[in-house]
Write a protein that binds this ligand. Sequence first.
Ligand SMILES: [Zn+2]
Length: 341
Amino acid sequence: MSHLRRPAVVLAAALAAAFLAAPGTATAERPGPARETVNGKHVIAISVDGLNPRALTKLGRTGTPNLHRLIKDEGAGTVNARTQLEMTVTLPNHTSMVTGRRIRAGKGGHGVTWNDDTVTTTVQQAAGHEVDSVFTQVHEAGGTTAVYATKSKFWLFENSWPKAVDKNVIEVEKNGAVVKALRTDLATDPASFSFVHLGKPDQVGHDAGWMSARYLRAVGQVDKLVGSIMTQVESTPSLRNNTVIVLTSDHGGIPGTKNHAIKTSREDYRVAFAFWGAGVPHTDLYALNPDRANPGRTRPSFGASPQPIRNGEVANVSLDILGVGPVPDSLWDLGQDLAWK
Ligand SMILES: [Zn+2]
Protein backbone atom coordinates (compact mmCIF):
# COMPACT_ATOMS: atom_id res chain seq x y z
CA MET A 1 0.00 0.00 0.00
CA SER A 2 1.60 3.19 -1.13
CA HIS A 3 0.22 5.40 1.57
CA LEU A 4 2.33 3.54 4.11
CA ARG A 5 5.41 4.47 2.16
CA ARG A 6 4.48 8.11 1.78
CA PRO A 7 7.33 10.21 3.19
CA ALA A 8 6.80 10.85 6.88
CA VAL A 9 7.18 14.59 6.46
CA VAL A 10 4.27 14.70 4.02
CA LEU A 11 2.12 12.67 6.39
CA ALA A 12 3.01 14.98 9.25
CA ALA A 13 2.06 17.98 7.14
CA ALA A 14 -1.26 16.36 6.28
CA LEU A 15 -1.99 15.65 9.92
CA ALA A 16 -1.15 19.22 10.85
CA ALA A 17 -3.39 20.53 8.09
CA ALA A 18 -6.22 18.27 9.25
CA PHE A 19 -5.80 19.53 12.82
CA LEU A 20 -5.79 23.15 11.74
CA ALA A 21 -8.72 22.69 9.40
CA ALA A 22 -10.92 21.03 11.99
CA PRO A 23 -10.69 22.94 15.25
CA GLY A 24 -13.32 20.96 17.06
CA THR A 25 -16.04 21.29 14.44
CA ALA A 26 -17.63 18.17 13.11
CA THR A 27 -18.71 19.90 9.94
CA ALA A 28 -15.28 21.17 8.90
CA GLU A 29 -14.31 20.08 5.41
CA ARG A 30 -11.77 17.30 5.30
CA PRO A 31 -8.51 18.26 3.66
CA GLY A 32 -7.69 16.71 0.30
CA PRO A 33 -5.16 13.90 0.13
CA ALA A 34 -1.59 14.94 0.83
CA ARG A 35 0.24 15.72 -2.35
CA GLU A 36 2.63 12.89 -3.04
CA THR A 37 6.17 13.34 -4.19
CA VAL A 38 8.18 10.82 -6.18
CA ASN A 39 10.83 9.15 -4.04
CA GLY A 40 13.78 9.67 -6.37
CA LYS A 41 13.85 6.16 -7.77
CA HIS A 42 13.73 5.32 -11.46
CA VAL A 43 11.53 2.81 -13.27
CA ILE A 44 12.31 1.61 -16.77
CA ALA A 45 9.29 -0.26 -18.13
CA ILE A 46 10.21 -2.35 -21.17
CA SER A 47 7.65 -3.99 -23.42
CA VAL A 48 8.99 -6.53 -25.90
CA ASP A 49 6.27 -6.51 -28.55
CA GLY A 50 5.17 -9.99 -29.59
CA LEU A 51 7.54 -11.96 -27.35
CA ASN A 52 6.22 -15.51 -27.08
CA PRO A 53 8.04 -16.96 -24.03
CA ARG A 54 8.66 -20.10 -26.10
CA ALA A 55 11.44 -18.15 -27.78
CA LEU A 56 13.33 -17.98 -24.47
CA THR A 57 13.13 -21.76 -24.12
CA LYS A 58 14.11 -22.32 -27.74
CA LEU A 59 17.07 -19.92 -27.67
CA GLY A 60 18.11 -20.82 -24.13
CA ARG A 61 20.57 -18.96 -21.95
CA THR A 62 23.09 -18.88 -24.79
CA GLY A 63 20.72 -17.13 -27.19
CA THR A 64 18.96 -14.86 -24.69
CA PRO A 65 21.41 -14.40 -21.79
CA ASN A 66 20.05 -11.03 -20.73
CA LEU A 67 16.36 -11.92 -20.73
CA HIS A 68 17.31 -15.04 -18.77
CA ARG A 69 19.20 -12.92 -16.23
CA LEU A 70 16.31 -10.51 -15.94
CA ILE A 71 13.41 -12.99 -15.77
CA LYS A 72 14.92 -16.16 -14.30
CA ASP A 73 18.47 -15.87 -12.98
CA GLU A 74 18.58 -12.55 -11.12
CA GLY A 75 15.17 -10.91 -11.09
CA ALA A 76 11.68 -11.72 -9.83
CA GLY A 77 9.90 -13.03 -12.89
CA THR A 78 7.48 -15.36 -14.55
CA VAL A 79 6.86 -16.48 -18.12
CA ASN A 80 3.23 -17.20 -17.26
CA ALA A 81 1.63 -13.79 -16.88
CA ARG A 82 -1.45 -12.82 -18.87
CA THR A 83 -2.43 -10.15 -21.38
CA GLN A 84 -5.70 -8.26 -21.44
CA LEU A 85 -8.75 -10.47 -21.93
CA GLU A 86 -10.58 -8.57 -24.64
CA MET A 87 -7.79 -8.40 -27.23
CA THR A 88 -4.23 -9.63 -27.77
CA VAL A 89 -3.02 -6.80 -30.00
CA THR A 90 -0.48 -4.04 -29.54
CA LEU A 91 -2.06 -0.67 -28.88
CA PRO A 92 -4.97 -1.83 -26.68
CA ASN A 93 -2.60 -3.83 -24.47
CA HIS A 94 -0.01 -1.07 -24.23
CA THR A 95 -2.71 1.42 -23.31
CA SER A 96 -3.69 -0.96 -20.50
CA MET A 97 -0.05 -1.05 -19.36
CA VAL A 98 0.08 2.73 -18.95
CA THR A 99 -3.47 3.32 -17.66
CA GLY A 100 -4.00 0.20 -15.51
CA ARG A 101 -7.41 -0.18 -17.15
CA ARG A 102 -9.01 -3.04 -19.05
CA ILE A 103 -9.88 -2.40 -22.72
CA ARG A 104 -13.70 -2.25 -23.00
CA ALA A 105 -14.88 1.32 -22.46
CA GLY A 106 -18.38 0.32 -21.32
CA LYS A 107 -16.82 -1.59 -18.42
CA GLY A 108 -14.49 1.16 -17.23
CA GLY A 109 -11.79 0.37 -19.76
CA HIS A 110 -9.77 2.85 -21.82
CA GLY A 111 -11.64 2.14 -25.05
CA VAL A 112 -8.58 1.99 -27.30
CA THR A 113 -9.62 -0.89 -29.57
CA TRP A 114 -7.81 0.15 -32.72
CA ASN A 115 -4.30 -0.88 -33.64
CA ASP A 116 -3.46 1.09 -36.77
CA ASP A 117 -1.10 4.00 -37.05
CA THR A 118 -3.70 6.73 -37.34
CA VAL A 119 -3.43 8.87 -34.26
CA THR A 120 -6.45 11.09 -34.60
CA THR A 121 -8.21 10.04 -31.41
CA THR A 122 -7.00 10.38 -27.84
CA VAL A 123 -7.49 7.85 -25.06
CA GLN A 124 -9.93 10.29 -23.48
CA GLN A 125 -12.01 10.40 -26.65
CA ALA A 126 -11.94 6.61 -26.86
CA ALA A 127 -13.11 6.25 -23.26
CA GLY A 128 -15.58 9.12 -23.42
CA HIS A 129 -14.19 10.77 -20.30
CA GLU A 130 -11.00 11.81 -18.54
CA VAL A 131 -8.42 9.03 -18.27
CA ASP A 132 -5.31 9.32 -16.15
CA SER A 133 -2.14 7.29 -16.64
CA VAL A 134 1.18 6.45 -15.09
CA PHE A 135 2.45 9.56 -16.88
CA THR A 136 -0.06 11.93 -15.28
CA GLN A 137 0.50 10.46 -11.81
CA VAL A 138 4.29 10.66 -11.98
CA HIS A 139 4.06 14.16 -13.37
CA GLU A 140 1.69 15.35 -10.62
CA ALA A 141 4.06 13.91 -8.03
CA GLY A 142 6.89 16.06 -9.38
CA GLY A 143 8.60 13.36 -11.41
CA THR A 144 9.49 13.18 -15.07
CA THR A 145 8.45 10.75 -17.81
CA ALA A 146 9.73 9.60 -21.16
CA VAL A 147 8.51 7.33 -23.97
CA TYR A 148 10.85 5.50 -26.37
CA ALA A 149 8.90 3.54 -28.98
CA THR A 150 9.39 1.87 -32.35
CA LYS A 151 5.90 2.21 -33.85
CA SER A 152 4.22 5.46 -34.84
CA LYS A 153 0.95 4.40 -33.17
CA PHE A 154 2.65 5.26 -29.86
CA TRP A 155 2.06 8.94 -30.59
CA LEU A 156 -1.21 8.13 -28.83
CA PHE A 157 0.44 8.63 -25.43
CA GLU A 158 1.93 12.06 -26.17
CA ASN A 159 -1.33 13.14 -27.81
CA SER A 160 -3.43 11.94 -24.89
CA TRP A 161 -1.24 13.29 -22.08
CA PRO A 162 0.77 16.11 -23.71
CA LYS A 163 1.64 17.81 -20.44
CA ALA A 164 2.62 14.59 -18.65
CA VAL A 165 4.79 12.94 -21.32
CA ASP A 166 7.92 15.03 -20.95
CA LYS A 167 9.93 13.35 -23.68
CA ASN A 168 8.68 11.34 -26.64
CA VAL A 169 11.18 9.49 -28.84
CA ILE A 170 9.54 7.55 -31.67
CA GLU A 171 11.83 5.94 -34.23
CA VAL A 172 9.78 3.65 -36.45
CA GLU A 173 11.29 0.14 -36.60
CA LYS A 174 14.56 1.40 -35.10
CA ASN A 175 14.98 -0.60 -31.93
CA GLY A 176 18.67 0.21 -31.58
CA ALA A 177 18.03 3.92 -32.00
CA VAL A 178 15.41 4.16 -29.26
CA VAL A 179 17.58 2.20 -26.84
CA LYS A 180 20.49 4.48 -27.68
CA ALA A 181 18.32 7.51 -26.92
CA LEU A 182 17.24 5.94 -23.63
CA ARG A 183 20.82 5.12 -22.64
CA THR A 184 21.93 8.67 -23.41
CA ASP A 185 19.17 10.00 -21.17
CA LEU A 186 19.95 7.46 -18.45
CA ALA A 187 23.54 8.69 -18.41
CA THR A 188 22.65 12.37 -18.26
CA ASP A 189 19.08 13.11 -17.16
CA PRO A 190 17.09 9.94 -16.44
CA ALA A 191 13.33 10.26 -16.17
CA SER A 192 11.54 8.97 -13.08
CA PHE A 193 9.51 6.74 -15.40
CA SER A 194 10.73 5.61 -18.80
CA PHE A 195 8.55 3.51 -21.10
CA VAL A 196 10.40 1.53 -23.76
CA HIS A 197 8.69 -0.31 -26.61
CA LEU A 198 10.81 -2.74 -28.64
CA GLY A 199 8.83 -3.86 -31.68
CA LYS A 200 11.25 -5.99 -33.67
CA PRO A 201 9.98 -9.49 -32.70
CA ASP A 202 6.42 -8.48 -33.63
CA GLN A 203 7.50 -6.86 -36.88
CA VAL A 204 9.49 -9.92 -37.95
CA GLY A 205 6.79 -12.28 -36.66
CA HIS A 206 4.27 -10.67 -39.01
CA ASP A 207 6.73 -10.94 -41.87
CA ALA A 208 8.30 -14.38 -41.37
CA GLY A 209 6.10 -16.11 -38.78
CA TRP A 210 6.34 -16.58 -35.01
CA MET A 211 9.17 -18.89 -33.92
CA SER A 212 10.69 -18.80 -37.43
CA ALA A 213 14.48 -18.51 -37.66
CA ARG A 214 14.18 -14.82 -38.45
CA TYR A 215 11.83 -14.25 -35.52
CA LEU A 216 14.24 -15.99 -33.16
CA ARG A 217 17.09 -13.84 -34.48
CA ALA A 218 14.99 -10.75 -33.75
CA VAL A 219 14.42 -11.93 -30.18
CA GLY A 220 18.18 -12.43 -29.86
CA GLN A 221 18.77 -8.88 -31.06
CA VAL A 222 16.28 -7.48 -28.58
CA ASP A 223 17.97 -9.52 -25.85
CA LYS A 224 21.22 -7.68 -26.58
CA LEU A 225 19.45 -4.32 -26.42
CA VAL A 226 17.82 -5.19 -23.10
CA GLY A 227 21.26 -6.25 -21.87
CA SER A 228 22.70 -2.89 -22.87
CA ILE A 229 20.04 -1.16 -20.75
CA MET A 230 20.90 -3.41 -17.80
CA THR A 231 24.58 -2.63 -18.25
CA GLN A 232 23.81 1.09 -18.38
CA VAL A 233 21.93 0.84 -15.08
CA GLU A 234 24.69 -1.16 -13.43
CA SER A 235 27.49 1.09 -14.62
CA THR A 236 25.83 4.39 -13.71
CA PRO A 237 26.43 5.15 -10.00
CA SER A 238 23.35 7.37 -9.73
CA LEU A 239 21.13 4.58 -11.08
CA ARG A 240 22.66 1.40 -9.67
CA ASN A 241 20.98 1.50 -6.26
CA ASN A 242 17.62 3.02 -7.11
CA THR A 243 16.49 1.73 -10.50
CA VAL A 244 14.03 -1.06 -11.25
CA ILE A 245 13.33 -2.52 -14.69
CA VAL A 246 9.79 -3.83 -15.24
CA LEU A 247 9.56 -6.06 -18.31
CA THR A 248 6.50 -7.53 -20.01
CA SER A 249 4.83 -7.90 -23.42
CA ASP A 250 1.59 -6.94 -25.09
CA HIS A 251 1.01 -10.44 -26.51
CA GLY A 252 2.81 -13.48 -27.89
CA GLY A 253 2.13 -14.99 -31.30
CA ILE A 254 1.15 -18.36 -32.76
CA PRO A 255 4.11 -20.46 -33.96
CA GLY A 256 4.12 -21.06 -37.68
CA THR A 257 1.66 -18.22 -38.32
CA LYS A 258 1.93 -14.46 -38.78
CA ASN A 259 -0.89 -13.92 -36.32
CA HIS A 260 -1.30 -13.03 -32.65
CA ALA A 261 -4.89 -11.79 -32.58
CA ILE A 262 -6.63 -14.97 -31.36
CA LYS A 263 -7.24 -13.90 -27.78
CA THR A 264 -8.19 -17.40 -26.62
CA SER A 265 -4.88 -18.93 -27.79
CA ARG A 266 -2.30 -19.49 -25.07
CA GLU A 267 0.38 -18.63 -27.63
CA ASP A 268 -1.11 -15.13 -27.70
CA TYR A 269 -2.22 -14.52 -24.10
CA ARG A 270 0.84 -15.86 -22.26
CA VAL A 271 3.52 -13.24 -21.62
CA ALA A 272 6.50 -12.69 -19.37
CA PHE A 273 6.42 -10.26 -16.44
CA ALA A 274 9.56 -9.52 -14.46
CA PHE A 275 11.28 -7.07 -12.15
CA TRP A 276 15.04 -6.60 -12.03
CA GLY A 277 17.21 -4.12 -10.20
CA ALA A 278 17.59 -2.40 -6.84
CA GLY A 279 15.78 -4.21 -4.04
CA VAL A 280 14.34 -6.92 -6.30
CA PRO A 281 14.91 -10.43 -4.96
CA HIS A 282 15.78 -13.41 -7.12
CA THR A 283 12.57 -15.43 -7.08
CA ASP A 284 9.64 -16.67 -9.05
CA LEU A 285 7.15 -13.80 -9.26
CA TYR A 286 4.19 -15.99 -8.25
CA ALA A 287 6.13 -17.24 -5.22
CA LEU A 288 6.62 -13.60 -4.23
CA ASN A 289 2.90 -12.91 -4.77
CA PRO A 290 0.72 -15.47 -2.98
CA ASP A 291 -2.36 -13.32 -3.68
CA ARG A 292 -1.87 -13.78 -7.41
CA ALA A 293 -2.43 -17.27 -8.83
CA ASN A 294 -0.31 -18.92 -11.48
CA PRO A 295 -3.01 -19.74 -14.07
CA GLY A 296 -1.30 -22.85 -15.42
CA ARG A 297 -2.55 -23.25 -18.98
CA THR A 298 -5.83 -21.43 -18.36
CA ARG A 299 -7.17 -18.00 -19.27
CA PRO A 300 -8.81 -16.67 -16.07
CA SER A 301 -11.68 -14.24 -16.57
CA PHE A 302 -12.20 -10.89 -14.88
CA GLY A 303 -14.22 -12.63 -12.17
CA ALA A 304 -11.49 -15.12 -11.23
CA SER A 305 -10.02 -14.77 -7.76
CA PRO A 306 -7.19 -14.63 -7.25
CA GLN A 307 -6.15 -13.12 -10.55
CA PRO A 308 -3.01 -14.02 -12.48
CA ILE A 309 -0.31 -11.39 -12.91
CA ARG A 310 -1.25 -9.26 -15.92
CA ASN A 311 0.58 -6.90 -18.25
CA GLY A 312 -1.86 -4.14 -17.23
CA GLU A 313 -0.23 -4.03 -13.79
CA VAL A 314 2.74 -2.05 -15.15
CA ALA A 315 1.24 1.37 -14.37
CA ASN A 316 0.34 0.91 -10.73
CA VAL A 317 3.33 -1.19 -9.72
CA SER A 318 5.64 1.36 -11.34
CA LEU A 319 3.92 4.09 -9.33
CA ASP A 320 4.31 1.93 -6.20
CA ILE A 321 8.06 1.65 -6.83
CA LEU A 322 8.20 5.45 -7.22
CA GLY A 323 6.25 5.99 -3.98
CA VAL A 324 3.14 7.34 -5.70
CA GLY A 325 -0.47 6.19 -5.37
CA PRO A 326 -2.36 4.37 -8.11
CA VAL A 327 -3.94 5.76 -11.28
CA PRO A 328 -7.46 6.89 -10.30
CA ASP A 329 -10.26 4.59 -11.49
CA SER A 330 -7.81 1.98 -12.76
CA LEU A 331 -8.35 -1.77 -12.39
CA TRP A 332 -5.11 -3.76 -12.42
CA ASP A 333 -3.15 -3.59 -9.16
CA LEU A 334 -5.31 -0.72 -7.95
CA GLY A 335 -4.42 -1.71 -4.38
CA GLN A 336 -0.73 -1.66 -5.36
CA ASP A 337 -0.33 -5.06 -3.74
CA LEU A 338 1.75 -6.64 -6.51
CA ALA A 339 5.00 -7.33 -4.66
CA TRP A 340 8.24 -6.49 -6.45
CA LYS A 341 10.65 -6.61 -3.49
ZN1 LIG B 1 1.56 -7.34 -34.15
